[in-house]
Design a protein around this ligand. Structure first.
Ligand code: FAD
Length: 545
């Protein structure tokens, strides 16, 4: 009978335990979890603050008793594994509320200890009781009690990653006045700057105060002081600046760490110590696109790694090829999704890339309540291999990103996207799906059919006195336009060619990038050599003006 000991009973740990039982009816499986709960949806935790989920306990998917009854898996909560003796193949366990330790033997030891929120000790007052993090159900219970007992009405969320944004939204919906403090130029490092601007607008539109390029220097019971000297009234601080892998036990066991600080594993999730395996947020993984070591704290990779690891323990040979990092979050009215590399990441990695953006309606425009889908596709140049994508919209942009993620996984190229035959009805999409459209624009760029600049360059163009055409209709122009832009609508430009200079570059934009692209093509066909599309939508453009 194989003795399988698992450290950590949530994302990777619970998945590994269940998979072992599915493959081995007789294995003796023990899961040790230092927290009071196992198998809960960490990802649903932020929603316990608004009315989406009633009680923190509602996120618990399975109790230790259910593990025992359904799978004969021994789950011991409030029990920490404090040491591993790889020589004798035993772990030392200690209940969190007692000093009595015990040793437990293993044949295979699976570490899935996760990653803990970073709380920088350099921040003055960070040890105070009003500074909290969100990792498990217990954290949520503590935060809710604190809010009630201390009549909290102002919350500062430090960090604009997906956990910080989800916390900001749900706390704001619960009636809190929320400020997000983010050290970088924009929230969500999984997006490029142009797309992150739409997220900023969404936060502002919903009353969340966003402070960028600043950090928290000091915290007291009723305010935070920022590095800039600015103060923000706050009774509760949520630290969400990222996570650091839990590696203490692995290091004690003699396991090597990788260059990123995560537990080093091979393609079978074997650590450097025999019979000790590791999965989840705690490990170092390989980026499938760059082949560089990286870390990725997401639920799917943790669960799939657990499955692959157990499969190979039982003689199967799963094909583990690394991660691409697909993720999605909901924020007020928007869904925000991304996969693969951003343009910024390509620049950092010195990858020659191009990008295409489109902003079509999510469904045929004659249908009620259509909304735009903003998509950015990043692809390698000149090969056209798809490297990444970002999508933002009120509709389910996860569909578009999932399609692109599938293609990335199969080393798909721009031409695969243009020709992808997808289902269509006006009720759900457009005949040419948004991903086909962005593929078509990308194909034109690959073929050097037209030139484009990013919306991020618009301010420079305006300041430099560039000739910019706004190709929208006069009424749209009257409702708002960028400084100095000449309104020559697509519907009129053929009658107004004399207004378009031939002796200098002409930059063209519109509402979604489609009319401007058409005008660029028409002008090129008419012999205008220096016409350039401003890639991106008017909504993005105004953020940069
Ligand atoms: P965890 O699920 O964190 O489990 C590790 C467990 O190990 C912990 O409970 C810990 O107490 C226990 N442990 C550690 N050391 C020991 C020890 N020595 N002895 C005993 N027990 C120990 N991912 C997504 O893909 N999409 C999302 O929308 C999303 N939202 C999230 C929202 C929040 C608020 C959080 C916190 C995470 C979210 N994630 C999301 C990330 C996802 O939950 C994690 O990637 C996933 O849970 C990782 O699984 P894991 O097993 O590595 O770690």
């Amino acid at each position: 009978v194989r003795q399988v000991v698992i450290v950590g009973g949530v994302g990777g740990g619970a998945s590994a335990a269940a998979r072992v039982r599915r493959l081995d009816e007789f294995a003796h499986i023990t899961v040790f979890e230092k927290g009071p709960d196992v198998s809960f949806s960490n990802c649903a935790l932020p929603y316990t603050f608004s009315d989406v989920i009633d009680q923190p306990d509602d996120v618990i998917l399975k109790t230790p008793e259910q593990f025992e009854q359904q799978y004969q898996i021994d789950v011991q909560v409030k029990t920490e594994v404090i040491a591993v003796d790889a020589g004798s193949k035993t772990v030392t366990i200690k209940p969190v509320d007692s000093d009595v330790t015990a040793t437990v033997p293993y044949d295979s030891l699976i570490l899935s200890p996760g990653a803990r929120p970073i709380v920088p000790t350099t921040i003055e007052g960070v040890e105070q009781s009003n500074v909290m993090t969100v990792r498990n159900v217990q954290d949520v219970r503590l935060i809710q009690t604190f809010i009630t007992e201390h009549q909290v009405h102002d919350v500062t969320v430090v960090g604009g990653g997906f956990i910080g944004l989800e916390m900001a939204e749900n706390l704001q919906k619960a009636g809190q006045k929320v400020t997000i403090v983010e050290a970088a130029e924009h929230v969500l490092g999984t997006l490029d700057d142009d797309f992150a601007q739409m997220v900023h607008k969404e936060l502002y539109d919903h009353g969340v105060q966003l402070i960028l390029q600043d950090g928290v220097a000091a915290i007291s019971s009723n305010q935070v002081r920022l590095n800039s000297g600015r103060t923000v009234a706050t009774q509760l601080v949520i630290m969400a600046i990222g996570v650091t892998p839990e590696t203490k036990l692995a290091v004690q066991a003699g396991c090597q760490l990788g260059v990123t600080g995560g537990i080093k594993v091979d393609h079978r999730y074997q650590t450097s110590v025999a019979d000790i395996y590791a999965v989840g947020d705690a490990i170092e993984v390989t980026n499938r696109l760059t082949r560089q070591p990286t870390r990725l704290a997401l639920a799917f990779p943790a669960q799939m790694q657990a499955r692959h690891l157990v499969d190979q323990l039982y003689g199967q040979t799963p094909d583990c090829q690394g991660v691409i990092g697909s993720q999605v979050l909901h924020l007020f009215t928007l869904n925000i999704a991304s996969t693969g590399l951003t343009a910024t990441a390509c620049e950092q990695q010195q990858i020659d890339y191009r990008f295409a953006t489109v902003a079509p309606q999510d469904r045929v425009s004659v249908m009620p309540n259509t909304t735009p889908v903003f998509i950015k596709l990043i692809f390698s140049y000149p090969s056209g291999e798809i490297l990444g994508a970002q999508a933002i919209g009120q509709s389910g942009v996860d569909k578009q990103i999932d399609i692109i993620a599938s293609l990335i996984t199969m080393h798909g190229r721009v031409s695969d996207l243009t020709d992808l035959e997808l289902c269509y009805s006006p009720w759900v999409s457009t005949a040419k799906n948004a991903v086909n459209m962005v593929g078509l624009v990308a194909a034109n760029i690959l073929n050097d059919e037209f030139k484009q600049v990013s919306v991020t360059q618009v301010r420079q163009l305006v300041l430099g006195g560039a000739f910019i055409i706004d190709a929208r209709e006069p009424q749209e122009y009257a409702n708002g336009h960028i400084n100095g832009a000449h309104n020559i609508p697509l519907s009129q430009f053929r009658q107004r060619l004399t207004e378009i200079p031939t002796d200098r570059p002409v930059y063209i934009h519109c509402q979604t990038g489609q009319r401007s692209y058409n005008m660029v093509r028409a002008l090129l066909n008419r012999g205008y050599a220096n016409v350039i599309n401003i890639a991106g939508s008017y909504a993005e453009l105004v953020q940069y003006e």
